[in-house]
Ligand binder design. Structure first.
Ligand code: ZN
Length: 466
């Protein structure tokens, strides 16, 4: 049998007859599993055909409409004809783009203009842009072009450089919407905060850093830099992700403040920051909320204790003292109950017991133990009674869900050792990735391009006016 696929376009004016055009003709013999329905290459051919016929008609209609002067209704004269290339999800199009003279009935700035070129100034449809940057935030730029090219009729229209340029373009637009950095975002005074409505449950913000390999325009290899990522969670469990490249981002606190704002933070509302105690991460949380409290993330304490415990297993008892592992367990429970004083005492005793001269392993253990001692000592003021907090169902750790660093950074930025990033490139891609993981990117596109709205449109978190 022969299957002919035609496009029939009916005009709004009933007087003109419909435009009919055939876009594909498929042949089928006896049915086999491989000949049932459309093959991928045929589906691409049909999509390309429909897209071409449809867009040609749409553009023709648009030009016809533009050709009439909106003031005196007289037709405008053609000055010339050009073609413009336009990328869509269903193939690259070549659109006819006439140049029209402006009408002399009104004073005009220009003598002529190209309505089609002006309408498609971005040269990519918003839907293509959205899919491109979405996939690029989940896969490498190379795999993104391959995936979209394999499944959609867009052969040869995408390259890794196009994809990365589009990622930067979309992310820069997001960046421009972000307000200015300020020394403090705390507004009003305690008397005013007292007047505010009853606040919601405390917001919990976990912050962590991860390193990625750097490259710069001058050097292919250029050390590494830190990406800070975090999640803010409301009492109802709604989570918003954010991230930035430390040292590159000029507005880190504004960024975090906007996340808190979007979650409805009030100045009389408590905010708990869970961090690993690092300076860059702690600086970020200054001046955001008068009731902020800092807590050393229990996850980071247990991680360090696990490392110490593993190391101790490789050192004979006579080099580290017989009760080392047991005492380490005591340290853990002293910290858990908020008794940092006792924990530090035990740590000191343990340090005395190690014979650091005995072996390389013993020396390493002594060094790591000393670092842990220093870690607990410097973060003393952020070490609460975790046991009490746990019983009161207050946040103590960010490790409940998948670690933010693993989810936002490792899986996309460091999965291969040879992946190297410029600070700008990593920062911009991270802005897309956090929104894709939170599933708020489609809503942002719909705000930018209202015509993209569909019946199942997702919601964008409220953006503060800035
Ligand atoms: Zn006119």
């Amino acid at each position: 049998m022969r299957i002919r696929v035609q496009v029939i376009i009916e005009s709004d004016q009933e007087t003109t007859s419909p435009h009919v055009e055939e876009v594909a003709c498929l042949e089928r013999g006896e049915l086999t599993p491989e000949t049932l329905g459309l093959r991928l290459d045929e589906a691409k051919q049909v999509l390309t055909g429909v897209q071409q016929v449809m867009t040609a008609q749409q553009v023709e209609d648009y030009v016809e409409h533009q050709r009439q002067c909106p003031h005196c209704q007289l037709p405008l004269a053609y000055k010339g004809h050009h073609q413009i290339g336009l990328r869509t999800l269903f193939g690259k199009l070549t659109l006819s783009s006439p140049r029209l003279y402006t009408c002399s009935c009104q004073p005009q700035e220009k003598r002529s203009w190209s309505p089609v070129a002006a309408l498609f100034s971005e040269r990519s449809t918003p839907e293509l842009l959205c899919q491109e940057v979405r996939w690029a935030s989940l896969l490498s730029y190379g795999l993104t072009t391959k995936l979209l090219g394999d499944l959609l009729p867009m052969e040869h229209q995408l390259s890794t450089s196009t994809v990365s340029r589009h990622v930067h373009q979309v992310a820069e637009r997001l960046e421009q919407e972000l307000g200015d950095e300020q020394p403090s975002f705390i507004e009003g005074c305690p008397a005013q905060w007292y007047e505010l409505p009853e606040p919601g449950a405390p917001l919990t913000v976990s912050l962590d850093g991860g390193y990625v390999h750097a490259r710069s325009p001058e050097h292919r290899k250029d050390g590494s830099f830190e990406m800070i990522v975090g999640k803010s969670t409301t009492g109802e469990g709604v989570t918003t992700s954010f991230g930035l490249v430390s040292g590159y981002d000029a507005k880190p606190r504004r960024r975090l403040f906007e996340v808190l704002q979007s979650q409805g933070m009030q100045m009389n509302q408590a905010v708990t920051f869970l961090t690993d105690g690092g300076d860059t991460v702690c600086d970020l949380t200054e001046g955001l909320n008068p009731l902020a409290e800092h807590i050393l993330d229990w996850f980071h304490i247990t991680m360090r204790l696990t490392v110490l415990n593993q190391m101790a297993k490789g050192v004979p008892d006579q080099e580290k003292g017989e009760a080392f592992e047991k005492d380490l367990e005591r340290v853990k429970w002293f910290i858990w109950h908020g008794n940092v004083y006792k924990a530090l005492q035990v740590l000191e005793d343990l340090a005395w017991d190690i014979d650091a001269e005995a072996s390389d392993e013993a020396q390493k253990l002594a060094k790591t133990l000393d670092e842990f001692d220093h870690y607990i000592r410097t973060n003393r003021s952020s070490t609460p009674n975790y046991g009490d907090r746990y019983r009161n169902e207050e946040a103590i750790s960010s490790a409940v869900a998948e670690s933010a660093v693993n989810q936002m950074v490792s899986k996309r930025f460091v999965k291969k050792q040879q992946m190297r990033w410029t600070r700008r490139g990593a920062h911009l891609l991270l802005q897309i990735r956090t929104r894709v993981l939170d599933d708020t990117l489609p809503a942002t596109f719909q705000r930018w391009y209202p015509g993209m709205e569909t019946s199942e449109s997702p919601q964008e978190p409220a953006l503060a006016a800035s």
